[in-house]
Ligand binder design. Structure first.
Ligand SMILES: Cc1cc2nc3c(=O)[nH]c(=O)nc-3n(C[C@H](O)[C@H](O)[C@H](O)COP(=O)(O)O)c2cc1C
Length: 330
């Protein structure tokens, strides 16, 4: 099944292998894609064996910049180097999606020049710590509206650069994840409390992005669906959220962890978020990506065969070995 093509919206992927977003943090600090970054993606795309490459998280506005050397989809984005990045991914038939992110309280003032912000005044419950360790400021409704617009503007920049789609980042403890998780969202207004309220910003971002890129463009969302910790978000929450996203117009759901980030304590098996992806896949009609712990094509096949997902992400193996897909899928 891994080698079977799949159509998502108007985009046909040649197979079901996904290179998930992995931050290289290799810009010169100006958000521009460098030759180093182009070479890194070119080496993985060259064999033409990765159906979909989702590029590393890029910041949508300065306030949401996660690292000094992160790539930019914000106002300072460099359209020419983004086009080159898409071109190297397209060179042998892979498709390209841009992951768009606001880091929220995982950002630090040293990088952004602004006070870190979040859903609530809560320090991120993550190990190792992220951000600058200060209590973030709670976003006002007006500031939330600005962030929603920044996601839409960033999506247009990605579309203009030739990307086949965009992915809204709501995993790994970044801003949208901070709204989703009850561990970090303690708001008393329309953006907090019930799960439906904690997903309000997501619905607004999806609607704004959709209206900016048009009805035919592929919009994905990466959900840190479960925190796997007492009092955190649950698999039931992720099922509910996935249905909300589908209803709101998301074409592809990419699953990962929440406050546990992209690993899961006590689990290293192939497909360690499979309990979540099985539940989500059963509840939605849009395709689902499962990532985490896959080291061989055989393991990816087995996960597809048991219906755990429609596409399988392989991250660290591709990071270590640019020819992993060429060797495994040959
Ligand atoms: C160095 C590194 C950087 C990462 N950067 C991102 C990122 O920018 N956005 C994201 O959603 N996930 C990021 N991840 C998580 C990966 O997309 C993936 O979910 C994780 O590596 C687990 O999959 P694996 O077991 O196949 O490596 C990163 C992972 C690594 C190792």
């Amino acid at each position: 099944m891994l080698k079977e093509p799949v159509q998502i919206k108007n985009v046909t992927l040649k197979n079901r292998l996904v290179m998930p977003p992995m931050a290289t943090y290799k810009t010169a600090g100006d958000g521009k894609v460098t030759q180093d970054i182009l070479d890194y993606y070119a080496a993985r795309a060259a064999g033409g064996n990765i159906g979909l490459i989702i590029t590393e998280h890029g910041y949508i506005c300065r306030q949401g910049k996660a690292g000094e050397k992160q790539i930019s989809f914000a106002a300072d984005a460099d359209p020419e180097s983004l086009k080159k990045l898409v071109d190297v991914i397209h060179q042998n038939g892979s498709k390209a999606i841009a992951q768009l992110n606001h880091a929220g309280s995982a950002a630090s003032e040293a990088v952004t020049g602004e006070k870190p912000v979040s859903a609530s005044r809560v320090i991120l419950p993550v190990t190792p710590p992220m951000g600058d360790g200060t209590v973030p400021e709670e976003l006002t409704e007006a500031q939330i509206a600005e962030i929603v617009q920044a996601f839409a503007d960033a999506a247009v920049r990605a579309k203009d650069a030739g990307y086949d789609g965009v992915e809204i980042h709501s995993a790994h403890s970044y801003l949208l994840n901070q709204f989703y998780s009850p561990l970090t969202n303690q708001r008393a207004d329309a953006y907090g409390g019930s799960l439906d309220n904690r997903l309000r910003i997501h619905r607004e971002v999806i609607a704004a992005v959709r209206s900016a890129v048009g009805p035919d463009y592929l919009v994905a969302l990466r959900l840190g669906g479960c925190d796997y910790v007492e009092g955190g978000s649950t698999i039931e929450d992720s099922v509910y959220a996935a249905k909300v996203f589908e209803e709101a117009g998301v074409d592809l759901i990419d699953l990962s962890g929440g406050m546990c980030r992209f690993t899961r304590p006590g689990h290293e098996e192939a497909g360690y978020f499979k309990d979540m992806s099985l539940a989500v896949k059963a509840a939605v009609n849009v395709p689902v990506i499962l990532t985490g712990g896959v080291k061989t094509a055989e393991q990816a096949e087995a996960l597809l065969a048991e219906g755990a997902a429609d596409l399988i992400g392989v991250g660290r193996e591709l990071l270590k070995n640019p020819k992993w897909a060429d060797e495994q899928l040959a």
